[in-house]
Design a protein around this ligand. Structure first.
Ligand code: FEO
Length: 398
């Protein structure tokens, strides 16, 4: 894509990765592709804010060259070490070897461990400023949002926040702004991104939002490092983050299970009937056939989880085990859950599910439900009632 002037003298020089389908290895399934956004600020001094994934270095350099010779870059702002933003930095710095790199001390250490280059690096702290000419950049450390090195860059004169990964979305499009794309698709990608990447960092995010509000910096535009730029109503995404970070949920139940011969699936469906008759929304997923990224997105907004597995070798099945391990890392707060499952002789899946839910910090309600071989009519009725009772517990949560 050609560079795009997002404000006078400030250019998006990122790349659109239309065909990306996985992110962070295979932990995040991307349905709409992604972008790696970099921003070129042309003033008396020229600054490049972040780069792109290394395999797109050529496109980035071509884009910069369409605005200025890359040799003229004075400063590179490294908001984040992760290679989707720093990967092209070695190639860019070969063209402008005298450019000084700015980032946090952790960024300096991280970039060295990534590339083993002794670049001219200036470590900065919150409130440090870099004057470019008419514009000044202010740096805001944002540790663990989402890596220890993470930083936001703010341009006061333009009221422009460049927060790197925060407020981003995996959304490939030839359009750059929130008012140009489908608003529902945009928020769907934004919530999915938060749920799968930032969920465990909610308390830090809530505090960082408070810090930025206290700094009293007006924000007219938020230009993240993935996806769409927020210019129509930047407060929309800030408020959404504040809600997610404060565990805003609805009276919804996600039922997620894996089944060997269909018994656990029958139990799950009866529970959904009970939840439905109790008047709550339910979502049902056989995790072995589902997009885990989508399921996690649904779980972010739900108060209750019913989790089931058939027993296999005294434990749970593989796909649900991997899924719960991922959920454990997200550390959901203020959620309740209950386990269920089928077995042939010894059992074991339900206890395994309960254990990992507890390790995740989720309150596990009793009793759980286990069924030998196939559930009969009476047992399916019990599952129905279990769904109803669980829905009542969800409704009574404050
Ligand atoms: Fe988009 Fe943390 O990298």
């Amino acid at each position: 894509m050609k560079p795009f002037e997002i404000k006078k003298g400030i250019y998006w020089v990122g790349v659109v990765d239309w065909n990306a389908r996985n992110f962070h290895g295979h932990t995040y399934t991307i349905r709409r592709g992604t972008t790696y956004n970099a921003y070129l600020i042309v003033d008396e001094k020229i600054a490049l804010v972040d780069t792109v994934l290394g395999s797109f270095a050529g496109e980035l350099i071509e884009s910069i060259r369409a605005v200025i010779p890359p040799e003229k870059i004075d400063y590179i702002i490294a908001n984040h070490v992760e290679t989707d933003h720093s990967g092209a930095m070695p190639d860019v710095l070969k063209l402008c070897p005298k450019a000084r790199v700015f980032g946090t001390q952790k960024c300096k250490e991280g970039l060295y461990r990534m590339y083993y280059e002794n670049w001219d690096f200036q470590a900065v702290k919150t409130g440090d400023k870099l004057k470019l000419g008419k514009r000044t950049l202010t740096f805001i450390e944002a540790p663990m949002i989402h890596w220890p090195d993470s930083m936001f860059t703010y341009c006061q004169e333009e009221e422009l926040l460049m927060p790197n990964d925060a407020f981003g979305q995996h959304y490939a499009t030839n359009q750059r702004f929130d008012d140009e794309v489908d608003a529902c698709a945009l928020m769907d990608e934004a919530v999915k991104y938060y749920a799968n990447i930032l969920w465990p960092l909610g308390s830090l995010i809530a505090r960082k939002i408070e810090d930025v509000v206290k700094m009293n910096v007006p924000i007219k535009m938020i230009a993240p490092s993935h996806g769409i730029i927020w210019r129509k109503d930047p407060m929309k995404i800030i408020n959404a983050y504040a809600g997610w970070a404060n565990n805003t949920t609805s009276d919804k139940v996600v039922v997620v299970y894996e089944t060997m011969w269909g018994a656990t699936e029958k139990m799950a469906k009866s529970m959904v009937e009970g939840i439905t008759d109790a008047g709550l929304e339910a979502k049902l997923y056989n995790i072995a056939q589902s997009d885990v990224t989508e399921v996690i997105k649904e779980m972010l907004g739900a108060k209750g989880y019913l989790v089931g597995s058939s027993t296999h070798d005294n434990g749970m099945l593989n796909a649900i085990a991997g899924f719960l391990e991922f959920l454990k890392g997200l550390r959901p707060k203020n959620r309740i859950a209950s386990a269920f499952g089928s077995y042939g002789w010894s059992g074991g899946a339900v206890v395994s599910v309960e254990n990992i839910l507890k390790e995740a910090g989720i309150e596990v309600l009793q009793p759980s439900i286990s069924v030998k071989y196939m559930p009969d009519e009476g047992e399916l009725n019990k599952c129905y009632e279990h769904g109803m009772d669980f829905a009542k517990s969800v409704k009574s949560m404050v």
